[in-house]
Design a protein around this ligand. Structure first.
Ligand code: BGC
Length: 400
């Protein structure tokens, strides 16, 4: 029952249900039939990581846009192993005990990205013991400058803030301060599942100067820190490709495309406006997911990742304006607020999309859900949830 007359819509609104009267081309679209893209936080079970296909199958216009999380974990692990393979053993093993000790900032134990990175890092260092939980590790081994060393994960911590928010940079500063005191020169390396926490570690007043430290995200401040020789490496999850793909999929659906065209137009081939994202973005049909690829960033290539580089192949179009309501789980998340949101704000007007952005506190789903409302004003939705298993809370609101 897609077509409803406007008076019926008015009655429905008066009765407390919400639907759109006019989508701009004369037809009427119910909220439940509008395009919906989950991004960055893939609907999934926080303990098993299993994808929440109920949310992904909400309607035939539901997709996920993110990046290859498992591949990214492997890229981060390789970046670290490659660094060690050519490093000077005498400089790395600070207390000369034949063991490389490292500490790990996990982020959010229930987040697929955290899990993938913990796994990639531990596998590269040989400390993987079949689990991404804090402390579930075994002794590993790795070559440093051609010489074999034991590897020990001294401690891994989730990094939850005092307000309950995850991936918390302040928690990382505090943890690093404690680790530096507790482990002293047994710490030979610091590894973090995102740049926000890595930069947080560097803020600790007793950070052991010169100890190599790795992050993830290629945020602007992290790239600068690589240039300044403070951060050793990070991984780019290609925020521009992700932000454009999120917007492009919405644009395609709003333009009435269907089938493979939804996930290929403007992505794997030019769209009808002549735009095409430069980077590769892969489509995984089983999970309705579009995934950008990761690249390692270190002292050899950081200049390519400095701020302000936007995709030159995505240009201003004359696409008719459409309105999108978009949620971000935590206004204080370094990656989402300092990298993703500026990219969205840059590309959205080019694609004729007007964004209304609501941001949460990273802790309570209600901080986003309460502002996820007035659906009749919007043509499409983009959702970044506080908890990865909250998809249904959003789709339930769109039922009417
Ligand atoms: C990013 C983290 C961020 C998290 C939030 C991850 O993909 O790498 O920096 O905190 O998403 O969901």
């Amino acid at each position: 029952m897609k077509k409803v007359i406007c008076s019926a819509v008015a009655l429905a609104i008066a009765a407390g249900t919400f639907m759109s009267c006019n989508n701009g081309n004369g037809s009427k679209v119910l909220n439940k039939d509008k395009p919906l893209v989950f991004f960055n936080r893939q609907p999934s079970d926080p303990s098993t990581g299993e994808i929440d296909m109920n949310s992904m199958n909400w309607n035939d216009k539901t997709y996920y846009v993110g990046f290859d999380a498992a591949g990214g974990g492997a890229v981060q692990g390789k970046l670290i192993a490659d660094f060690l393979s050519t490093a000077d053993p005498a400089a790395i093993d600070r207390n000369d005990d034949g063991t490389i000790g490292y500490v790990l900032c996990i982020g959010d134990v229930g987040h697929n990205d955290s899990k993938a990175r913990t796994e990639g890092i531990r596998k590269a260092l040989g400390t993987w013991d079949g689990s991404t939980d804090p402390g579930k590790v075994k002794e590993g081994s790795i070559k440093v400058g051609g010489k074999e060393f034991k590897v020990v994960e001294l401690e891994g911590k989730a990094m939850t803030g005092t307000d309950g928010s995850t991936w918390n940079a302040n928690a990382a500063t505090e943890a690093m301060g404690g680790w530096a005191t507790k482990f002293g020169t047994a710490i030979d390396m610091v590894v973090s599942n995102n740049d926000g926490m890595a930069m947080g570690c560097l803020q600790a007043s007793n950070y052991p100067a010169g100890v190599p430290i790795f992050g993830y995200d290629a945020n602007a401040d992290a790239i600068e820190a690589i240039g300044a020789g403070k951060l050793t490496g990070t991984v780019s999850q290609n925020v521009d490709a992700q932000a454009t793909a999120t917007l492009q999929v919405l644009r395609n659906l709003l333009d009435g495309l269907s089938g493979r065209d939804v996930v290929e137009s403007g992505i794997a081939k030019p769209d009808k406006y002549g735009n095409q994202i430069s980077a590769a973005v892969d489509y995984i049909p089983a999970t309705k997911a579009l995934l950008a690829q990761n690249t390692g960033v270190n002292a050899s290539n950081w200049k390519l990742y400095t701020a302000g580089q936007r995709d030159p192949l995505v240009k201003q179009t004359n696409a008719p304006e459409k309105k999108v309501l978009l949620t971000i789980y935590n206004s204080a998340d370094n990656f989402l607020s300092s990298s993703y949101l500026p990219a969205l704000n840059y590309y959205a007007p080019l694609l004729g999309l007007k964004l209304t952005v609501v941001q949460g506190d990273g802790q309570n789903e209600s901080s986003c859900l309460d502002k996820f409302t007035n659906f009749g004003n919007y043509d499409a939705f983009a959702i970044n949830m506080v908890k990865t298993n909250s998809g249904r809370d959003y789709t339930d609101k769109l039922k009417y």
